[in-house]
Structure formats: C-alpha cells, structure tokens
Design a protein around this ligand. Structure first.
Ligand code: SAM
Ligand code: SF4
Length: 359
C-alpha cells in the first residue's frame, strides 16, 4: 500500500478532517487499498449511523421535464419516451400502499414539471402527512424559493437536489440553461427553510476526474448536507451521452467510502444506479458506507416509462416485490431494517467528529 494512502486512512480513522489531496489518494485506491478503505468506511458507518438501513419508498409521479440535461432520459427533447403524470389520488393511493408495506419515508420524485403547481404539491404533501405516519422527501428539481417554502409549510421534511458535479463548467455543459452556483444557492435556501437537505453526484461523467470526485465530497461537506446520493452515471442511448462509457462500480464504491469518512453522520443510499450496473451493487454499497435503500414504489403501469437510464432492476415488480427485495438486500448485508423515520442528526457539526458512545 502507498505510504500516502496509509497516512490518509490513518487520519480518517482518527476522525480528522481530510483534505482534497487526501480524498484523491483514497479514491485512487488500488484493489488491496480498496479493501482497507471499505473496511474503515463500514466501521465508521457502524459507529455513527448504526446497523439500521432506512427504507425510503420512491414514487416517480411524473416523467415530464422542462429541462434538457444531456445525461437523462427524461430530458424534454427525448421524443421516444411515453410521458405520464399521476393524479393526486394516484399518488396518495401509492403512498398508502408504500406506508402499509413499512416505508417510513416516502420520496416524491419527478422531472421538472410545472403542471404540478406549488399549491398542488403542498396539498398532496399535507394530505399525505395528515393521513400517514411517514416522513416526506421531495425530489422535483429547481423551483422558486416560494414554492419550496409552501411545500415545507405543508409538512415536507426533506429535499433531495443533487449538485451532480462540482465542476461548474461541466455542470453548465450537462445541464443547459442552469448553473452550479444556482443549484448550490437552492441547497442553501432549502436548509434555511428547515428541510433536511440531500445532495449528491454522479460518478463517471465524461470529463470528470478523481479531483472532481474529491471536490464533490468537499462541496457536500461545505454545504452541510444531511444526505449524499453517490451513484454511477449510466449512459442512455436516447440522450446525447448515449455513446459515452458509464461510471464503474469500483470507482463509485471508492467515492462512496471516501465520502463516508469525510461525512460520518450523513445518510447515504445504496443507489438504484449501482444496482443497475451490477446485480450486487447495492449490497456492496451497504458494505462500504451506505445506510439507506430506496425501493421503487411507482405503480408497475408507469415504472418502465421513468427511463432516466436503461436496465433499472425490477421494472415489472409490484411495490410489494420491490419492498421485499430491498429487505432481502438489507438482510443479506447482515443489517436490519430501520423502523424509525431515519431523520438526520441535526446536531452534527462539520469537522466536529466526536465519537458517540457505542451502542
Ligand atoms: N428532476 C429532478 C432533478 O434533476 O433533480 C429529480 C429527478 S432526476 C431524474 C433524479 C436524479 O437522476 C438526478 O439527480 C441525477 O443524478 C440522476 N440521473 C439522471 N440521469 C442519470 C443517468 N444517466 N445516470 C445516473 N443517474 C442519472
Ligand atoms: Fe429533468 Fe432531472 Fe432528468 Fe434533468 S435530471 S432532465 S432535470 S428529470
């Protein structure tokens, strides 16, 4: 093992704040070093987040999108996609089903679809929270601050808005008409409004380097996010990036493990994208830092049309089957399903890594 790798790992094990250079050294781990990195990340995950894995049921309620992100199948210029929108009643029925199965968090996700006004979304969140004992996460992209405020007032607990990449130039090229600075500003608004804020990035985007990935982790540390979704870029032939090579699982896992060491108290999903490029991707992610899994609760009739990228596992599964598979992955990894909401520990202060008493 390289001396600089051993030094960076030792510093991470002592819970000291890692520099960008040290994160690069960790993410650059070879096979032998990766085993040590994963083992420490797993240990830190256990110390700070425990053995519970939180199951967040995701409902993909609309695949309409006004944006044209180069990597995503929902982009507005993709004419090959059959578009759908779920009604408020369909969303509530679906959420009822997910809550009945045991999901303590419902994630409502969509393209950027202004058909759903802030009032419609706020009412949906309000009714959902009034009837069901669940936390609600929204993942519906860029909106005016007033919209976020309405949804927060209606009871939404969390918001997931990935920064996607910390390279501002790459970001602007991949998400035409938008900027990294605006995305980060929105993360700030969301925090100010009292949401538990989630960000994240894709691994393996064309033009990205290991330094970019280290920068992604640092950006999440600086913005103080409470959730970090790190998954591979999966090429979609219906997009301009269809011919690009996809992100590799090994690099994704190393980035995830390094992120766990830099952000010990942050919730991290074993992403669906990791499970798409490798059947055991989510199991492996749970073993190197992840503590969340997000089974797809979307009704089978719509699921296949939420084609962000091809090859998503379980496209014909019912919500019951998706939930059961998630539980199986959790148990296979030797962990247990979290029975609480899986809220974030807001007392966490970046850089103040005090070890809690072992449970
Ligand atoms: N429209 C909202 C937004 O962009 O924040 C939420 C929905 S969007 C489909 C959710 C996430 O999908 C994005 O944050 C992005 O990271 C991910 N995504 C899109 N295309 C992808 C691809 N080709 N490979 C991997 N992840 C992808
Ligand atoms: Fe739309 Fe989100 Fe896909 Fe971009 S990533 S095209 S905003 S759904």
């Amino acid at each position: 093992m390289r001396t600089e790798f051993c030094e960076a790992l030792k510093k991470a094990g002592d819970l000291k704040e890692l520099s960008k250079e040290e994160l690069v050294v960790l993410i650059d781990a070879d096979e032998e070093e990766s085993a040590a990195l994963f083992s420490l990340a797993d240990q830190v995950r256990k110390q700070f987040m425990g053995d519970e894995v939180h199951i967040r049921g995701i409902i993909e309620f609309s695949n309409y999108c006004a944006n044209n992100c180069l990597y995503c199948g929902l982009r507005r210029n993709n004419r090959q996609l059959a578009r759908y929108r779920m009604t408020m009643n369909e969303i509530l029925d679906n959420a009822r089903q997910a809550a009945g199965l045991g999901c303590r968090t419902i994630v409502l996700q969509s393209g950027e679809d202004s058909y759903y006004t802030a009032d419609i979304l706020a009412e949906t969140v309000y009714l959902l929270k009034k009837e069901m004992d669940v936390a609600v996460t929204l993942s519906i992209g860029d909106r005016p601050r007033e919209d976020y405020e309405k949804m927060r007032e209606a009871g939404a607990d969390r918001y997931l808005l990935k920064h996607e990449t910390c390279d501002a130039e790459l970001f602007a090229g991949l998400r035409p008409g938008t900027s990294l600075a605006e995305r980060v500003e929105r993360l700030k608004w969301l925090g100010e409004l009292g949401f538990q804020v989630g960000s994240g990035n894709m691994v393996g985007l064309p033009g990205q380097t290991v330094e970019t990935l280290a920068g992604d982790i640092l950006l999440m540390r600086e913005t103080g996010v409470e959730m970090a979704g790190i998954g591979p870029f999966v090429p979609n032939s219906q997009t301009p990036l269809g011919e690009c090579p996809g992100g590799k699982l090994a690099l994704t896992l190393k980035t995830l493990a390094a992120a766990r060491l830099a952000l010990p108290r942050v919730h991290m999903p074993a992403t669906t994208a990791a499970g798409t490029i490798d059947p055991s991707g989510r199991d492996k992610a749970l073993r190197c830092g992840a503590n969340v899994i997000m089974p797809n609760m979307t009704p089978a009739a719509y699921k296949a049309d939420y084609q962000i990228y091809p090859g998503k596992p379980g496209l014909s599964d019912t919500p019951e089957e998706s939930y059961a598979k998630a539980v199986k992955i959790v148990e296979k990894a030797g962990r247990r399903v979290g029975r609480g909401y899986g809220h974030s520990d807001n007392a966490y202060l970046a850089g103040n890594f005090k070890l809690p008493a072992k449970n």
